[in-house]
Design a binder for this molecule. Structure first.
Ligand SMILES: [Zn+2]
Length: 107
């Protein structure tokens, strides 16, 4: 990598917000943490596969783990109408591919 390229700041640190339809799974959650994303907003909670909230609220004995999650905010299912629309779209998509898997509701 050239010196000129190294000195460029392409993405301001800690100013990114990720919007997603469902709560991120474990793999996506780790990727989000390592990507220096500051905030995550999702339309629909997922008590089965969703991991972000569980991971963030876990008080680990590993200091580095807690530090990685400390500065990341999340906003879970802020709009009831969007959550209902997301669940409906997912059910339709699952039906179209012959499965009835739905994401679990979380209170
Ligand atoms: Zn994922």
């Amino acid at each position: 990598m050239s010196r000129q390229l190294e000195s460029k700041k392409f993405i301001p640190k800690n100013e990114l917000t990720l919007y997603t339809t469902c709560e991120p799974c474990p793999m996506c959650t780790v990727t989000i943490v390592l990507s220096l994303i500051k905030k995550v907003v999702w339309a629909t909670n997922d008590k089965d596969i969703g991991a972000f909230k569980k991971f963030k609220e876990l008080n680990s004995e590993l200091l580095i783990y807690n530090e990685l999650f400390r500065d990341i905010e999340f906003n879970a299912s802020p709009y009831r109408d969007l959550e209902l629309r997301q669940r409906k779209m997912l059910a339709e998509w699952n039906n179209s591919r012959g499965t009835s898997i739905t994401i679990g509701m979380m209170n």
